[in-house]
Design a protein around this ligand. Structure first.
Ligand code: NAP
Length: 313
């Protein structure tokens, strides 16, 4: 089999670096040639224009540029070809850095100290130890598990919630709908690393936040979302912060991105905002394994990290 040709279809950022690196080994085009293009074997995509993949009759596999694949399922013309998502050490490393950074900042009262510094206040509040704080990771998958290990190494207690309740050493795991409330009731800092699927859309609402533990640890529950914005209801988070259900939040993702300038979350004193930057897909680390997968596939080996079409993750 010849080396299959690639369609690189991306919106929202400049794919130049991806193009350069993929082109080093394969023929790469940025758009199909005509209404139907039989010359394309693979699509490498991020938020591709709707129905573009339906124009590729010989498509063998779709490679998502990110770990999340919700952008693909939005396409009404998504073909039947297998979807491969990103699973990479570089990505889990970045996400772990983000999670540890945000957990430690909330745990060590970063907001309070920044406020004190502005007012030149010299005051030392009580200090808690990590062992008294339970971090609950919603979505104990590829990214969640690496982050969990880093938090365990620092000394936090770690809970994990997933669909199937897969276990992990050192982590108290909970599974499915039945496990959700017990998981939240045992969690002080909630870290959301779920994929966006029909089953998880809008899950982070006021009702869910009300179940978080607020009795010890850092003096109130904390939300950190680095999964997807549509997992959460922005207005419910603002309400939970006003009510004191939540002490603080770190949000990397939002219902609408870029976060509209009118959103009260931008200037909320208890919210730390980052622009969907927790873990960026870096072509320098991701293109080589993608090309290696294509080579292996052409030698007859099975694709790895294939998305379950039914579950959409
Ligand atoms: P993954 O390996 O597929 O893990 C997903 C986890 O979510 C699994 O533990 C899974 O449970 C759980 N889950 C899925 N559906 C569920 C449901 N209905 N109820 C309960 N648990 C459910 O995914 P990943 O590689 O860790 O990535 C997670 C997400 O992070 C991505 O989908 C993406 O949206 C997001 N992300 C964000 C950024 C950023 O910069 N902000 C960067 C990369 C990724 P099981 O273990 O039982 O299957």
């Amino acid at each position: 089999m010849n080396k299959g040709r690639i369609l690189l279809s991306v919106t929202g950022f400049n794919p130049q670096r991806w193009h350069e690196l993929l082109s080093a080994e394969r023929d790469v085009v940025l758009a199909p040639d005509g209404p139907e293009d039989p010359s394309i074997t693979y699509a490498v995509v991020w938020k591709q224009p709707a129905n573009i993949l339906a124009r590729l009759p010989n498509l063998r596999a779709v490679f998502s540029i990110g770990a999340g694949v919700d952008h693909l399922f939005n396409d009404p013309g998504l073909p039947d070809a297998p979807i491969v998502r990103v699973v990479a050490e570089n990505l889990s490393q970045h996400m772990t850095e983000y999670v540890v950074w945000r957990v430690l900042d909330h745990h060590r009262q970063g907001t309070l100290y920044r406020n004190q510094q502005q007012k030149k206040i010299w005051h030392e509040p009580p200090q808690r130890s990590a062992a008294d704080v339970s971090v609950g990771i919603m979505g104990l998958g590829q990214l969640g598990r690496v982050a969990a290990n880093a938090l365990l190494a620092i000394g936090f207690r770690v809970n994990g919630w997933g669909r199937t309740g897969r276990t992990m050493e050192g982590v108290q795991t909970f599974g499915g709908e039945a496990g959700l409330v017990p998981f939240l009731n045992a969690t002080d800092i909630l870290v959301v690393l779920l994929p966006l699927t029909p089953a998880t859309r809008g899950i982070i609402d006021y009702k869910l936040l009300r179940e978080l533990r607020r009795r010890n640890g850092i003096g109130g529950a904390v939300l950190i979302n680095a999964g997807r914005g549509l997992l959460q209801k922005d207005a419910d988070i603002a309400r939970a912060l006003e009510d004191g259900l939540l002490k603080e939040a770190s949000l990397d993702v939002f219902e609408l991105e870029p976060l509209p300038k009118t959103s009260p979350l931008w200037t909320h004193p208890k919210v730390f905002v980052t622009p969907h930057a927790a873990a960026t897909s870096d072509p320098a680390h991701l293109v080589a394994p993608m090309l290696a997968q294509m080579d292996a596939f052409e030698r007859g080996e099975p694709l790895r990290n294939v998305v379950d079409r039914q579950m959409q993750y």
